[in-house]
Design a protein around this ligand. Sequence first.
Ligand SMILES: [Zn+2]
Ligand SMILES: [Zn+2]
Length: 261
Amino acid sequence: MVDYHVHLENGPYTLEWLSLFIETGAKRGLKGIGFVEHGHRFLEARGIVDNSWADDQCTQRTEDFVNLVSRAKEQGYPVEILLGVEMDFIPGKEERIAAFLKGYPWDFVLGSVHWDGQNPLDWPGLLWREDEILPVYRKYFRLVKDMADTGLYDIAAHFDLVKVNGQRPPGIAVEEMEEVIGAVRAVARAGMAVEVSSAGLRKPVGEVYPSLEILRLIRSMEIPIVFSSDAHHPGDVGASFDDLATHVRSAGYEIHQRIWA
Ligand SMILES: [Zn+2]
Ligand SMILES: [Zn+2]
């Protein structure tokens, strides 16, 4: 059992900081941790997420992150270390994304949709008017489909992130939306895995990503899943993985061994 989505961004790129995440992971019985950084924080990926907020955060050399995680792999930690990146999908930037990804030895690439053009989709406290919710959902899941269709990504991150602040389109079952089914199909076609993430439990929506109904749809297309916490602090590594286990079992997945505490 691996936590495939752990961020180091709230501390320095040092083994001391990284080892705090390992400590929690080991305590919770994880076999591995996949460290990721947001693509928009890397100078070499500057301009892919094309807005001033991302530019302000763009301060790290990719090489420094890659070197840190590579050094960590050689430390003999009790959990296996994987090198990952959480790369936004931005329409029109496919070639730049591909060129950036090609330059480094990633073990896996998480695909994320956080932006609709200049508009954030997952900011804390962001609330849409009731009549805006359905169009936003449609747009979000179309972007997830387009992301999968690029073939550049291994894992779809926080599949139904758009629900983050608890808003849902009125009178509609999200899992029956044509755009949602289209996104799941595209993920299956691309041979990607889907992340089952406990991050939503720590957000206003208070629910795992993806919802049970969407996860059943994902299961019906025999798409593999991975567990993730989207931890940004050491204490969140492997958080609520028991809840994730219950969630995926309810969706029809089998877990043969329970190895986290
Ligand atoms: Zn994300
Ligand atoms: Zn993340």
